[in-house]
Design a protein around this ligand. Structure first.
Ligand code: G3P
Length: 222
């Protein structure tokens, strides 16, 4: 079985803000080097540049504003993220919801900069709608399990398999991530067995006393 893609969402946790975020990036870099598994991070905006400069790991933003460079106060453009070293961005995370039109515009803004769009969805119909916009990734995450410590792979594998089925039907080129409560290699293997290309996670790594230990377990089946 080919190795998964693991994306660690820093969110706004104190444990992943500023210099503390470098501890997690170090763990991602080291475990990726040991295992050959691609491990990316999605830090807060202010940490994208330092982390992308210090670590040879894929760095993503947690959100992108679809506005173009110019008179757009208080927005963060794909151009700015690209110059900061981000290779892509989450779009429509359930903690940063967008309209369908905003999702489409965000994917377009990222595509214009040749950046990766990871569109987050909360159920199969939203996964189908997102797939119709041809993103690079779709990350299916039932909101009720996010941060719960209860793994979607075990608690609700059907939402993963149904989303995989509908995305493969609508836009077969999309890669698919499963997220919410992912905490072990077993969770990752179940997601891969259900047809996912990887996982999107946060608390099991961000809040860990030893993030490298958790990451090693996540990649252990591969
Ligand atoms: O973006 C991933 C996140 O929403 C999942 O959170 O803490 O359940 O891994 P968590």
């Amino acid at each position: 079985m080919t190795a998964p893609f693991i994306l660690v969402n820093y969110k706004t946790y104190l444990e992943s803000t500023g210099q503390r975020g470098h501890r997690i990036a170090t763990a991602a870099r080291d475990v990726a080097a040991e295992s050959g598994v691609t491990i990316g991070v999605a830090p807060a905006y202010m940490d994208i540049h330092p982390i992308s400069r210090h670590f040879e790991i894929p760095v993503y933003a947690q959100h992108v504003d679809w506005v173009l460079p110019g008179a757009s106060t208080g927005h963060v453009t794909a151009e700015a993220l690209h110059q900061a070293g981000a290779i892509g961005s989450l779009v429509n995370h359930s903690e940063r919801r967008l309209t369908l039109a905003d999702i489409e515009a965000s994917i377009r803004a990222l595509r214009e900069k040749k950046m990766v769009a990871v569109v987050c969805t909360n159920n199969e119909p939203v996964s189908a709608a997102a797939a119709a916009l041809n993103p690079d990734y779709i990350a299916i995450e039932p909101p009720e399990l996010i941060g719960s410590g209860v793994s979607v792979s075990k608690a609700n594998p059907d939402i993963i398999s149904r989303s995989v089925e509908v995305v493969r039907r609508v836009y077969p080129a999309a890669k698919i991530l499963a997220g919410a409560g992912i905490q072990s290699g077993e969770c990752v293997k179940i997601a891969r067995d259900l047809g996912c290309d990887g996982v999107l996670l946060a608390s099991s790594v961000i809040k860990a006393k030893n993030p490298a230990l958790v990451l090693r377990d996540l990649v252990s089946p591969f």
